[in-house]
Design a binder for this molecule. Structure first.
Ligand code: SF4
Length: 310
């Protein structure tokens, strides 16, 4: 198939930067925010200990010491990225960013949207932390702003979700997606490639299933073993094997091929965590991983959507 005209890029997939330039006519950048949330999968509400790969900081943003306010974080992020973008989306990234009473959420999201040149929100959360009140809140914002809800799924297979201690199942993800459908909220699903005991077929099955759902974007992560996590321990004692780069690149290319051409690709590999990184070594070189995925798609003369079945 040829590259779809509406992408207006020279890539083998529909990346977020191109999507935003097409939508808004300018460069848009996501500003990462740590608003001080926690996670029900760590604090005992759902489970303790969290996902086996979670380092307990929720993201690389969480540092020791007092947390700057949402507006302070946006202002310093804007200064840094202003040469490259003129509009911004406030990305509530760290831990579970809908895990609070709705009035607290409203106050934090309002604070972000009050900042100049912030045109929208991207809210990272878990499928079991999205109730009707929160969807009403986000849907209200979506009438005037650009809104994404980023839902961590990781795999559609409940056996895997139990193994990695996600604390939710696939049907809870489906319920959250259905509840948001038609409410003006863009959904971005997060998946991980290389989870323990998953076959290639199971990984592709997750991608094919997502391809048939009313979602708008995807983030694909490689599984990282980090110091201080259960997965890190398993890696060190040899009870888990991490995927090699060639396999990862090939599977990501397979995934891109089965996704619809309209789906926005927000990420193709994991990022950051240099201070506690254990393995796989190749994942440290993000640019090399992205280049390798591109080369693989070129070798196949293939584009995102090549094998998409409606
Ligand atoms: S849902 Fe996210 S923050 Fe919570 S334990 Fe899992 S990886 Fe950590």
């Amino acid at each position: 198939m040829p590259r779809p005209d509406f992408w207006k890029n020279d890539k083998r997939y529909y990346d977020l930067k191109s999507y935003w330039r097409n939508l808004f006519g300018v460069n848009v950048h996501k500003l990462q925010i740590d608003a001080g949330f926690t996670c029900p999968n760590r604090d005992g509400h759902v489970a303790t200990g969290g996902c086996i790969y979670c380092d307990g900081r929720g993201s690389k943003l969480r540092q020791k010491g007092a947390l700057p306010s949402v507006s302070q974080q946006i202002q310093s992020g804007k200064k840094f990225y202003k040469p490259h973008a003129s509009k911004f989306v406030a990305y509530f990234q760290t831990f579970t960013n809908t895990y609070a009473p709705v009035e607290k959420l409203r106050s934090l999201y309002d604070e972000a949207l009050a900042e100049e040149d912030v045109i929208g929100l991207s809210i990272g959360t878990r499928p079991d932390c999205v109730d009707s009140e929160i969807i009403d809140l986000l849907s209200g914002y979506a009438k005037k702003h650009h809104v994404w809800l980023e839902l961590g799924l990781q795999s559609m297979h409940d056996r895997t979700l139990r193994l990695i201690n996600r604390g939710h199942n696939f049907s809870q993800f489906i319920d959250a997606v259905r509840a948001c459908a038609g409410r003006g909220i863009n959904i971005c699903a997060h998946i991980i490639v290389g989870l323990p005991d998953e076959t290639d077929e199971e990984i592709i099955q997750t991608a094919r299933t997502l391809a048939g759902l009313p979602i708008d974007g995807i983030k694909i992560h490689s599984l990282l073993a980090l110091e201080g996590t259960l997965l890190g321990q398993m890696y060190k004692n040899g009870s888990v094997k991490l995927m090699d780069k060639e396999k990862y690149v090939s599977l990501v290319a397979d995934i891109l091929e089965v996704l619809p051409p309209r789906l926005v690709i927000q990420r193709l590999t994991a990022d950051g965590y240099r201070d506690i990184f254990l393995a796989p070594t190749w994942a440290m070189n993000k640019l090399d991983v992205l280049n390798s995925i591109n080369k693989e798609m070129e070798r196949r003369d293939s584009y995102q959507g090549e094998c998409f079945v409606k």
